[in-house]
Design a binder for this molecule. Structure first.
Ligand code: HSE
Length: 433
């Protein structure tokens, strides 16, 4: 495509007519004049491929709807927007679109995290664009800042609240003191969880987003299989209370960090100081906190899901891909030149919170302290709660490796002075941590 084509209408075909697809179709039609000005050429929606043509789809012109997904994918539209989700047939359709010369805009986090390399390779081979801002944290401009604005800096750490449903649940537990099982029921009844709730509560959705963020941040290929993943179902009201007493809040965090040895990417419930900017992210909002060597700390905040917010990110990509067509250029391709080793969770080093139900008699603290020191884990704070049969100890540690902490917990569980290990959680975001 060259600038000689300036003014020629650009065509857009849509794969998927669900909540996001319907919002994209509506925005394409309603904003046609603005889009023409912003792109430098008219932008025309030519087809919307859906699985079920009989379903009522307000906002999508009926004559554009078809069930022939392959015909739409390979129609040679300037831009094909994929908002179907899932690995297949989305991957095949995207590859068909690229082979037909279409640039692709997708919101498909699962596909990008599982097999982004195949999409990038096909985009490069066919000389087309691949944009996917909506795949992580919905409306929040985040991937373009990582891919472009921070391209001259060195990102060292990314901390993200990237799953709105679990943030809604943990916020309720924090504000109302309720148990996990109650907020799970509420989230289910409000329709806040994915059709397979495990994607949200077990951290898999956040893990896919973490893989995408880590790859962009560290210029190193990261896939879903590289991400350590732990969900929120074991978080208790006791953990929430203990966090509150220490001035912390519990969040499901996606963490991607660069160490001297490589890259570690993990998703797990995390205690954060209430003074940390991410601690203020309540309800279903998302936010991502990035640290880069020259820029320092920055935070991106907004709506991480929903038809219109996600469509906003898709539209931004669509305008960018359309402009590239008009001027005859391409956006950034895959950047994995760093090729850093992706390390196992055992190599991660964080501070920890350990909540123990203990016997209340002389020597108990000494035996517990030994379990930590035997494994080289240094204690930062110890706090006793209750006494007699109700005695509890909360220990916060200095930085320790995941492996050392696991061994410590094993040893603690075997002590006759420890009735039960009630909770273990990583701590992030403290000064110097
Ligand atoms: N289930 C996801 C969330 C939807 O709660 O954030 C957006 O990916």
């Amino acid at each position: 495509m060259s600038s000689a084509d300036l003014g020629r209408p650009l065509t857009v075909a849509l794969l998927g007519g669900g909540t996001v697809g319907a919002s994209v179709a509506r925005l394409l039609i309603e904003s046609a004049r603005d889009l023409e000005e912003r792109v430098g050429a008219p932008v025309v929606l030519t087809a919307v491929a859906v699985r079920d043509v009989a379903k009522d789809r307000p906002g999508i012109p009926a004559d554009l709807i078809t069930s022939d997904v392959h015909a739409v994918a390979s129609s040679g539209a300037d831009i094909v927007v994929e908002v179907m989700g899932g690995i297949e047939p989305a991957r095949t359709l995207i590859l068909e679109a690229m082979a037909a010369g279409s640039s692709v805009v997708t919101a498909n986090k699962a596909l990008l995290a599982a097999d982004g390399a195949t999409l990038y390779e096909a985009a490069g081979r066919n000389g087309v664009d691949l944009y996917f801002e909506a795949a992580v944290a919905g409306a929040i401009p985040l991937l373009r800042p990582l891919r472009e604005s921070l391209a001259g800096d060195r990102v060292t750490k990314v901390l993200g609240i990237v799953n709105g449903s679990t943030n809604f649940m943990l916020t309720k537990m924090d504000e109302e003191g309720v148990e996990y099982s109650d907020v799970f029921e509420e989230a289910m009844s409000l329709g806040y969880l994915e059709a397979d709730p495990s994607l949200d509560i077990d951290g898999h959705d956040a893990a896919a987003k973490a893989a995408i963020l880590a790859e962009l941040a560290f210029h190193t290929r990261v896939t879903l299989d590289d991400v350590y993943c732990e969900g929120i179902s074991h978080v208790t009201s006791g953990d929430v209370r203990a966090a509150q007493q220490m001035g912390f809040v519990i969040k499901l965090l996606a963490v991607a960090e660069r160490t001297d040895e490589g890259v570690i990417v993990r998703v797990h419930p995390t205690m954060l100081p209430r003074s940390h900017p991410l601690a203020a992210v309540r309800g279903s909002f998302n936010a991502v906190f990035i640290e880069a060597e020259s820029a320092g700390q920055m935070m991106f905040y907004g709506r991480g899901a929903g038809g219109d917010p996600t469509a906003s990110a898709v539209m931004g990509d669509l305008v960018t891909a359309a402009r590239n067509r008009v001027v005859g250029g391409l956006g950034p391709g895959e950047s994995t030149y760093n090729n850093l080793p992706v390390l196992p969770i055992g190599d991660a080093s964080t501070r920890y919170y350990v909540n123990l139900s203990v016997a209340d008699r002389p020597g108990v603290l000494a035996s517990i302290a030994s379990a930590f020191s035997d494994n080289g884990v240094s204690i930062q704070v110890v706090r006793q709660d209750g006494h007699g049969d109700e005695a509890g100890l909360i220990v916060r540690t200095h930085r320790a490796s995941d492996a050392a902490l696991r061994k410590t917990v094993e040893q603690l569980s075997g002590l006759d002075t420890v009735r039960q290990v009630l909770g273990v959680m990583r701590v992030e975001g403290e000064a110097g941590a």
